[in-house]
Design a protein around this ligand. Structure first.
Ligand code: MN
Length: 228
C-alpha cells in the first residue's frame, strides 16, 4: 500500500524531562466551565448540558513557536486553560476510573476569534470558525501525571507583556477533570493521544500582534510565546 499524497505529520507535544514526545490525536474543549467566565460572556452555566467543541489536532502550536495572528478576525481572544493528555480511553468511563486515563498535564491557550463567535451565536451556527482555526491551540510541554499533585487551590494564570490578565483556581471549575472525561466518554470513544482543554477562568480579552504571553499551571507547566 502507498498513499496517493504524502501523509500528514502527526502533531506532538514535548514532555518535561524526556526526549520523547506525546502524539496528539484529537483536541476536545469544554466551554463555560468557570461560572465567572460564563458570566463575563453573558452566558449562564448549564450544569446538566456541558458545552463541548473540538479543534483539529494540527491546531497545536508547540515548543514556544510564534502564533501567527489569524486571518478573518479583528478580535482574537486568549483563554488560558489546563490541558489534559490522555494515555488511554474508552466509552462510558465511570467517573471513579476517569483520572487513571490522564497521562499528563499542561497549560494551553484556547484562542478564539471572538467576533466570529458572536456571529455564530447570533445565527445559531456552530463554533468551528471561531474556535478550530489554524494555530488556535498553543500548548506547553506536558508533565507526566506521576509527577503532578493538583488541588482546589492550584492556580492557572496568564499574563500578557508582563501584565496579569487571567487568574483562576482549579477548585472553581464547574466540572472537575474526572467528570469531564466521564461525560466526554458518553459522547465519543476517547483514545490515547486525545487532549482535553478544561475551560477558562474570567478575564479573557484581546491579543494584538507582538503581544508576549506567559501562561502557567502552578507547579506543573509553563507556556510562553508571542503573537506574530
Ligand atoms: Mn475555552
Amino acid at each position: 500500500m502507498s498513499y496517493a499524497i504524502s501523509p500528514p505529520v502527526i502533531p506532538s507535544l514535548p514532555i518535561i524531562g524526556s526526549d520523547q514526545r506525546f502524539p496528539v490525536r484529537r483536541i476536545f474543549c469544554i466551554g463555560r466551565n468557570y461560572a465567572e467566565h460564563a458570566r463575563e460572556m453573558g452566558a449562564t452555566v448549564d450544569k446538566d448540558t456541558p458545552l463541548f467543541f473540538c479543534k483539529p489536532a494540527d491546531a497545536v502550536v508547540t515548543d514556544g513557536a510564534d502564533v501567527p495572528y489569524p486571518q478573518a478576525t479583528q478580535d482574537l481572544h486568549h483563554e488560558v486553560e489546563m490541558v489534559l493528555a490522555l494515555g488511554g480511553g474508552g466509552r462510558d468511563i465511570p467517573v471513579e476510573q476517569a483520572a487513571s486515563l490522564i497521562w499528563g498535564y499542561g497549560v494551553g491557550l484556547d484562542l478564539t476569534r471572538r467576533d466570529l463567535q458572536a456571529v455564530a451565536k447570533a445565527k445559531s451556527h456552530p463554533w468551528d470558525v471561531a474556535k478550530a482555526f489554524d494555530h488556535s491551540a498553543p500548548v506547553s510541554a506536558l508533565r507526566p501525571a506521576s509527577q503532578v499533585k493538583l488541588d482546589a487551590d492550584t492556580t492557572l494564570t496568564l499574563s500578557i507583556n508582563g501584565q496579569p490578565r487571567q487568574q483562576g483556581r482549579l477548585g472553581d471549575m464547574v466540572h472537575g477533570v474526572a467528570e469531564i472525561i466521564a461525560i466526554l466518554s458518553t459522547l465519543f470513544e476517547l483514545k490515547a493521544g486525545d487532549l482535553i482543554f478544561t475551560g477558562t477562568p474570567a478575564g479573557v480579552s484581546a491579543l494584538q500582534r507582538g503581544d508576549r504571553f506567559h501562561a502557567e499551571l502552578a507547579g506543573v507547566a509553563t507556556l510562553e510565546g508571542r503573537v506574530a
